[in-house]
Design a protein around this ligand. Structure first.
Ligand SMILES: [Zn+2]
Ligand SMILES: [Zn+2]
Length: 264
């Protein structure tokens, strides 16, 4: 029998709220069988710190990218920097990139431009992408459609409709679910989980944010991932071990996790 293993496909362990106890956080993750964690980049400093942490530990990976909140910082020089740091063997994707029309920290046109530029970079580097989409479903789909067949990746913290999920899957994307699936109000998201093919699902925490209901309001961390898995396994009427196995396989398929695997 294979041992239960989870991949947290979207964490921000480089965030300063982990600076004082990162080792303990990783230890607790291991105890809960979360053996692979992807540190998601959001700006250059965050991407570099994510890589730096990933280089220290087995089973840790990183992505590089400029978050839509910081879209207005994406100059040609920054794109060159992303290109330079993306060659690190611990880098498994370009992300998180996308559009955030909820906060609008950068103007929409600027966000769209930064998104396109980074999609083109991912295509050039032959890396998958991790997409952040907040209230920007149509424009996200439009942009991804322009790269159809050339880019694959992950829709993180999915908040769209069933129809959108299907369109993303058709474009070569997997759908990642996090603690929001455990929030009482999120019936629509649970319906999507109930409907979606297991082959298209990934698990993530998006820590330090979005702690699952049981620990809501606390700092989120990868060791809470099994709470999300439990909820999803219930909805799918399968055992948690099977869900762990399938979602781990899915993560390996979509993300470039080739550096220093921990058990194979
Ligand atoms: Zn995000
Ligand atoms: Zn994130």
């Amino acid at each position: 029998m294979t041992e239960r293993m989870f991949v947290d496909t979207h964490a921000h362990l480089q965030w300063e709220s982990f600076d004082d106890d990162r080792e303990d956080v990783l230890e607790r993750a291991k105890e809960k069988h979360v053996t692979r964690i992807v540190n998601m980049g959001f700006d250059i400093a965050g991407s570099l710190k994510g890589i730096n942490i990933a280089e220290k530990y087995e089973g840790l990976y990183a992505t590089v990218g400029i978050h839509p909140h910081s879209a207005n910082t994406l100059t040609t020089k920054i794109v060159d920097k992303l290109r330079e740091i993306a060659v690190n063997p611990k880098v498994v994707a370009i992300g998180e990139i996308g559009l955030d029309y909820y906060r609008n920290f950068s103007p929409r046109e600027v966000q769209k431009q930064a998104f396109e530029t980074q999609l083109a970079l991912a295509r050039e580097l032959e890396l998958p992408v991790v997409i952040h989409d907040r209230e920007a479903h149509d424009d996200i789909l439009q942009a991804l459609s322009r790269f159809k067949g050339e880019i694959k990746g992950v829709m993180h913290c999915f908040s769209g409709t069933k129809e959108m999920a299907q369109q993303c899957i058709d474009l070569g994307f997997k759908i990642a679910f996090n603690g929001t699936i455990t929030y009482p109000k999120n019936h629509e998201l649970r319906e999507i989980v109930d409907w979606i093919d297991l082959k298209s699902m990934l698990l993530e925490t998006d820590c330090p944010w979005l702690a699952p209901q049981e620990v809501r309001g606390k700092r989120n961390e990868p060791s809470f991932l099994p709470m999300i898995a439990k909820e999803i396994a219930n909805l799918k009427r399968i055992c948690v071990n099977d869900l762990a196995e399938i979602t781990t396989r899915n993560a390996k398929e979509i993300l470039k996790m080739t550096a220093t695997p921990c058990e194979d």
